[in-house]
Design a protein. Structure first.
Ligand code: PPS
Length: 569
């Protein structure tokens, strides 16, 4: 299919609204596949023409050809396999020649796929040829092996409706929306800037200069679908982009959000980005050093060379129909109090810079970020999302035998933290949780696991929302405690405190008379007596309560929290 001129509409895969209604009714009876987050991103760009000339998820011949040669079977340049991966159970029900309904997580039918191909891909080969190595430190390779289903379905897509977005609706444009916008404003040359990071002054300077030099208008086109794990979330980023928009001369620049699921495939991804931007009506694209790079591989070496993406793009720009604009690294020259391209700086001048790692450290520790580096409004947004550690949520997780003193120390700690103020504190004590959250559970290994995971979930929500969670269950199994740690560390710090009071001492105290009953066999599966307790090997803190006052034990926890920067005494 030939490419429409820049501002003419691009073919979409949607049917007219009346036909969509009728097709939706028919489709309700079809086998249906619930799309993953990544598949929804892919489907949206297939349907709205962002992935033109694709007319559906790749069939086998196109897939093999794309993996091997970056081209569809008919020779058209297409660097990334856009495939529909499904489970074995689902695939077993599907024959080629059949239609299936593609649904969003709420069950809404977004499209119908006419299945032409079904096959089991060689994922290791796909990883090696598309991403450069079968190495799970590459996020797309990890996704391929750990998340994607084992069978691929290929076929043509009939679009019924685009996925619904409730966030930043006014900033989301289809390729045809943007083409119409550019046509209306008379923007004949448009330069796209792809990004997955907040914009600081250097980015603003380089995009502004790139547009001026290409005599083009600027499209800031950030990806809001899926980016690299660990990136700043898109809600924060969009607020940052909106803050930067005022810095460009009025009516020269447009901000639009792209619901792309990035693969971080470096050079191949750069070509893909170029094709997508061409489809969105752009004539130029800024390609920088290490474009869409995933970082380092298992050997600690970058997956791709720093200029591989630029070279590959340059070699294909005419074929894609979009011109590459070199990303000129801009640096701040102190003596001249302005940004200049690095290659134009006079010898001997003082260049100031703040690396990404240093920026994250300053945000984490609440240290000043100078105005020459970023706009105060951008820094304010980032600080709102990443407050310093002393203002972030965290979890203190006590573990130990029944009667070891967990609850008593946890209570003392809670009161001391409340005395300091600043963050809400919640105590999730073993007994209390069993009364309110886990009343139906017993003490089998499986039930203890469920119980602790529930505590972990609640603590992770508290941590995410900036509070302090203190947990005090027995939590006898190391594997479960590790899972809880992972759940919480996604949002804040996790401090494991082993209350290492010996079994003899706990039994001697026998505060609740349970050890006696356990010895008599009247309580079954009692931790330490007739059930295991796996002591943590490397807790952040280990406290032996024998011969120590409760206050002194709580003080040890407070000192540890202070040394981790979580509280200020
Ligand atoms: S677990 O293993 O983490 O799910 O246990 P937890 O939720 O912390 O509950 C422990 C409290 O329940 C009482 N209890 C028992 N403990 C251990 N084993 C058995 N079989 C048992 N049956 C009842 C006991 O009082 C525990 O309270 P603490 O505060 O730990 O002494």
């Amino acid at each position: 299919m030939s490419l429409p001129a820049n501002h003419a509409p691009i073919p979409e895969l949607f049917v007219a609204p009346d036909a969509a209604r009728a097709r939706r009714l028919e489709a309700a009876a079809l086998p249906s596949w619930d799309l993953s987050a990544r598949q929804i991103c892919d489907l949206e760009l297939l349907m709205n023409g962002g992935f033109f000339p694709l007319r559906g998820f790749l069939g086998r011949a196109d897939y093999e050809s794309v993996v091997r040669d970056m081209r569809l079977a008919d020779g058209t340049l297409w660097p990334i396999p856009v495939t529909l991966d499904v489970s074995e159970v689902f695939a077993a029900r599907i024959e080629t020649g059949q239609d299936i309904a593609l649904r969003d997580p709420e069950g809404v039918i977004l499209a119908i796929l006419h299945v032409t191909d079904k096959w089991t891909p060689d994922k290791a080969r796909e990883a090696t040829l598309v991403f450069g190595a079968d190495d799970v430190t590459h996020p797309a390779v990890a996704y391929l092996h750990r998340t994607a289903g084992p069978i691929y379905l290929g076929g043509t897509v009939t679009g019924l409706q685009p996925p619904t977005h409730y966030d930043f609706r006014a900033r989301r444009d289809s390729p045809n929306d943007l083409r119409a916008h550019f046509r209306k404003l008379g923007w004949r040359r448009v330069i796209a800037f792809q990004t997955r990071n907040p914009l600081h002054r250097a980015h603003q300077e380089l995009t502004f200069r790139a547009a001026r030099e290409a005599q083009a208008n600027l499209l800031i086109h950030p990806v809001v679908g899926m980016t690299k794990p660990g990136d700043v979330d898109h809600f924060t980023r969009v607020r940052c982009y909106e803050a930067v928009l005022d810095q460009y001369p009025a009516a020269t620049t447009h901000l639009s959000l792209l619901n792309l699921a990035m693969r971080m495939a470096g050079p191949r991804e750069a070509l893909w980005h170029g094709i997508i931007r061409r489809n969105h009506g752009c004539t130029h694209m800024i390609i920088g050093r290490d474009h869409a790079g995933p970082g380092k591989n298992a050997q600690g070496v970058d997956f791709y060379g720093p200029y591989d993406a630029q070279e590959l793009f340059r070699a294909h720009e005419a074929e894609i129909g979009i011109e590459m604009v070199d990303f000129r690294q801009m640096v701040y020259v102190q003596e001249r109090a302005q940004y200049e391209p690095r290659d134009e700086v006079e010898p001997g001048a003082t260049i100031l810079d703040i690396s990404g790692t240093e920026l994250r450290r300053r945000l984490r520790e609440g240290i000043e970020i100078p105005e020459w580096f970023s706009f105060p409004s951008v820094v304010a947004e980032l600080r709102r999302t990443s407050p310093p550690r002393s203002k972030q949520g965290f979890t203190v997780f006590f573990t130990g035998l029944s009667g070891s003193g967990k609850s008593t120390i946890a209570n003392a700690l809670m009161v001391r933290l409340m005395e300091m103020g600043g963050r809400p504190v919640t105590l999730l004590d073993g007994d209390v949780v069993r009364k309110h959250l886990s009343s139906e559970l017993g003490f089998s290994k499986e039930h203890r696991h469920i119980n602790i995971r529930r505590i972990g979930y609640v603590a992770s929500e508290i941590t995410k929302n900036g509070g302090i969670a203190i947990c005090a269950p027995i939590a006898p199994y190391g594997a479960t405690r590790r899972q809880v740690r992972e759940m919480i560390e996604e949002f804040g710090a996790f401090l494991e405190v082993h209350i290492a009071t010996s079994l003899e001492e706990c039994e001697r105290r026998d505060r609740k008379g349970l050890y006696k009953l356990a010895r008599e066999g009247k309580i079954k599966e009692f931790t330490g007596i007739s059930d295991p307790y796996e002591a943590p090997e490397t807790p952040e803190l280990r406290i032996d309560t024998e011969g120590q006052e409760v206050d002194a034990c709580a003080q040890q926890v407070l000192l540890k929290l202070e040394s981790m920067g979580l509280i200020r005494a």
